[in-house]
Design a binder for this molecule. Sequence first.
Ligand SMILES: [Zn+2]
Length: 259
Amino acid sequence: MFVWLQPGGETGVSNAGVVLDDDGITVIDTLMVRSQWEPFATAVHALDRPVRRVVLTHAHVDHVGGTKSFPHAAVYASTITSALLDQEMPIDAYKAFMPAFVDEFDELDELGTRPVSHLVDDVAQLTGRVEVLPATGHTAGDLMVLVADADVLFAGDLCFFGVTPLAFQGDPATWADTLEVLTDLADVIVPGHGPIGGADDVRDLRAYLRCCVAGSVPSGPWDSWLERERDAINIEKAAMLRDGNDGMPPSMLRAIGLG
Ligand SMILES: [Zn+2]
């Protein structure tokens, strides 16, 4: 089993994973643009085993942009992720939100992503080592991957360590509830963004999300986290959901150049 960590974990900079079974490889998430997925895919292909499966933890572009680099793998994701991948990519929004990668998005637009071939909406043991667990919080269609024999959980964007989480398409309250039980699954947690962590990191993330639900974020362990401008988006999203509005927070619309 391997973890592909991109240092920092700021916007657009995510992690991926590789699990080996007897029949070949399962890849977990595929990064975003060529400068990210090409070195990852090269390292995976250097293992010289067939890539049988790609599991997408959710539909955000920084996790799905590299699916074409594994052309022969079955693609597993939730129904919600599948529906989002079937829509046209909002390339202009990506350029506004992730200016560090502005030169690479036109190629991504041309290349596109692979469609989901296998829907996973219930707990599923894909292989002897790979168990897929549906969850909600970061989006309505999150998947986590448990490798129980290694005591490792690939949490996707249900975990951000050292980086402020982003809930513009999620639900901070539900997300915090999911984190209550997540640490029962494994001791080692691979987040969608940031370094590998464990129960203490999950506890801090949960406390932060509860603050967002309460409407303000006081000083805390998150003082050193990257991307704290996301506080406003997370607080706004929690307040909107309390009013029954699951729309895009105005602060997020401004961040993608539409406000
Ligand atoms: Zn995400």
